[in-house]
Design a protein around this ligand. Structure first.
Ligand code: IMP
Length: 177
């Protein structure tokens, strides 16, 4: 076992399971947005692997853009959301899909949705790889979900602990200490 994998208590979602689910999500988005040329927004940095893989299965013309917010410090949410990078382009009149790694308390996406509400998008929907519904503090409308998981801290496939372990190819439960 290498130092990267030593941080994993157990594999929660394998590479194969992720790949199969991401393919289905891409096919669903392709169908739902067939004639809409959506803007697909990747939430940096946690969604990068999911975003890249998902886009390969979205077979319609679309625009790519990115946002970066932060509310985490180690394994616990600070509860305070900070805007680190905003969208480059206008979303007025456009259909927007926000691609996120995980919805936990919901505070980050609630903040994003409120912020985007004044920018005149035709629609804004959320696509998340993971959802931890039991930890929700504020409800957010999630249209596409990869996997619902229990309230455990997970790493890999883009998800980090103190900016490490994002490069694990699967989702694992973090081994504390
Ligand atoms: P929320 O604002 O509490 O919904 O948190 C959203 C953000 O917290 C996600 O985009 C992740 O970056 C981070 N996060 C929440 N749970 C986990 C986890 O289990 N592992 C790694 N990051 C997490």
């Amino acid at each position: 076992m290498n130092r990267l994998e030593a941080a994993v208590d157990r594999v929660l979602i394998s590479e194969a399971k992720i790949a199969a689910r991401v393919k289905k999500l891409g096919a669903q988005i392709t169908k739902d947005y067939a004639d809409k040329n959506p803007i697909i927004v990747g939430m940096l940095r946690g969604a990068v692997l999911f975003y890249g893989d998902l886009l390969k299965h979205v077979k319609i013309p679309c625009t790519l853009d990115f946002m970066c917010l932060s509310s985490y410090c180690g394994t616990c949410s600070t509860g305070e959301v900070r805007f680190l990078l905003d969208l480059r382009g206008s979303i007025a009149g456009r259909h927007v899909i926000i691609v996120e790694d995980i919805v936990d308390t919901g505070l980050t996406l609630d903040y994003v949705l409120k912020n985007l509400a004044h920018r005149g998008a035709a629609s804004v929907e959320i696509c998340t790889l993971l959802d931890k519904p039991s930890n929700r503090k504020v409800e957010v409308p999630v249209k596409y979900t990869g996997f619902k998981i229990k309230n455990e801290f997970v790493i890999g496939y883009g998800l980090d602990c103190d900016e490490l372990y994002r490069n694990l190819p699967y989702i694992g439960v973090y081994r504390a200490g």
